[in-house]
Write a protein that binds this ligand. Structure first.
Ligand SMILES: NC(=O)c1ccc[n+]([C@@H]2O[C@H](COP(=O)([O-])OP(=O)(O)OC[C@H]3O[C@@H](n4cnc5c(N)ncnc54)[C@H](OP(=O)(O)O)[C@@H]3O)[C@@H](O)[C@H]2O)c1
Length: 331
């Protein structure tokens, strides 16, 4: 496993991180979840990403149990705050009240005294940015988080956040956007801004939730046990299952074979090719997937291969920066 700096910070993270959205506390049983975490540790993954909202807070509990007993200094644990974790108007968003209550719950569920990176899971237009950043500053200064990150913030929002973080003397080091061969919306604005300001991308859904493995075939029902057949996952993957997308993705298979890579490895290596990417967070419903995906670490894709991928995917790859967005109102 190779490691990269998280943005311009001193923190090193494994360039492949393991995330537990949809899976832990939901799609997969506790034993399978623990087996995936063991596989991640086995291949040298040290960076784990979760969120308070995943599986209604159960995902953090499952990860906390699975990592219990590991040397804390050998792990980087990332979690997030913003999406609803309860029924009340203050159980969501980035108000001081919710941030303070949410970090307390996350630390309890994760069985740790601090998280390495605490991330704003979207931008909250109902809270002054100054209030959010002051709460993050207090969390860092009290030692409950070491660094702060954001997720899916627009370039201008990141710039405003960095200015306040500097004033308040904490480090805003990362952004967590969706990024894959099919979803390139950060390239035009978010990446250049983050390069300038020293933030790294910790990208999610690098395999497009499984679609870039090529296992979903056009005109055929999804494979049994896949995210597309899961109650909690199906709604999220649906937009990627259009026939033109699946047909085009099949055309990547000979390229992956020629490069000696599985389709999943090609997808992960592709996001890691972007130097502003600090890590690719992969999900997995079973340990074999972790072993497959982790082999993408250290893989270099040559210029001809990258060009051939661009030519195939150009008609379907989304690049419009307007797709980087947070809900206009708190959910
Ligand atoms: N910040 C945010 O808003 C946000 C949003 C989404 C995700 N995330 C983070 O990013 C992480 C990864 O997201 P993701 O799960 O969508 O990423 P992904 O790596 O693109 O997709 C993971 C899913 O694809 C399938 N898969 C993975 N490797 C495979 C392989 N080698 N062969 C066959 N199938 C394979 C598995 O699903 P099946 O086996 O069920 O088909 C797996 O659960 C999340 O856990 C979370 O930490 C963050």
């Amino acid at each position: 496993m190779e490691f990269r700096h998280l943005g311009r910070s001193g923190l090193m993270i494994s360039e492949i991180a393991y995330g537990n959205w949809i899976t832990h506390g939901s799609q997969v049983e506790e034993e399978a979840a623990a087996a995936c975490v063991r596989a991640a540790l086995d291949v040298g993954i040290t960076t784990f990403d979760t969120a308070d909202v995943y599986a209604g807070t159960r995902a953090e509990e499952v990860l906390g149990r699975a990592l219990h007993g590991q040397r804390r200094e050998g792990l980087e644990i990332l979690t997030k705050v913003y999406w609803p974790t309860g029924p009340g108007p203050n159980d969501r968003g980035l108000s001081r009240k919710h941030i303070m209550e949410s970090i307390a719950g996350s630390l309890r569920r994760l069985q740790t005294d601090y998280v390495d990176v605490y991330q704003a899971h979207r931008y909250d237009y109902s809270t002054p940015l100054e209030e959010t950043m002051q709460a993050f500053a207090d969390i860092v200064h009290s030692g409950k988080a070491l660094y702060i990150g954001v997720s899916e913030w627009k370039a201008a929002e990141i710039r405003a956040g960095v200015e306040l973080a500097k004033e308040l003397k904490f480090q805003l080091v990362s952004n967590q956007p969706q990024y894959s061969m099919l979803w390139r919306v950060i390239e035009a604005e978010v990446v250049p801004t983050c390069e300038e300001l020293g933030l790294g991308q910790v990208v999610f859904s690098p395999i497009a939730q499984g679609v870039l493995t090529g296992k979903y075939l056009p005109g055929q029902p999804p494979p049994a046990g896949s995210r597309a057949t899961d109650e909690s996952g199906a709604g999220f993957i649906q937009r990627l299952l259009a026939d033109d997308v699946l047909t085009t993705v099949q055309r990547l298979k000979p390229l992956a074979e020629q490069a000696g890579l599985s389709m999943a490895q090609l997808a992960v290596a592709w996001v890691l090719h972007n130097p502003n990417v600090s890590a690719a967070i992969v999900g997995a419903s079973r340990p074999e997937q972790v072993y497959d995906n982790a082999k993408a670490s250290g893989v270099k894709l040559d210029a001809d291969l990258l060009k051939a991928i661009d030519e195939i995917l150009d008609p379907i790859a989304e690049r419009d920066p307007a797709h980087t967005a947070s809900p206009a109102r708190r959910p």
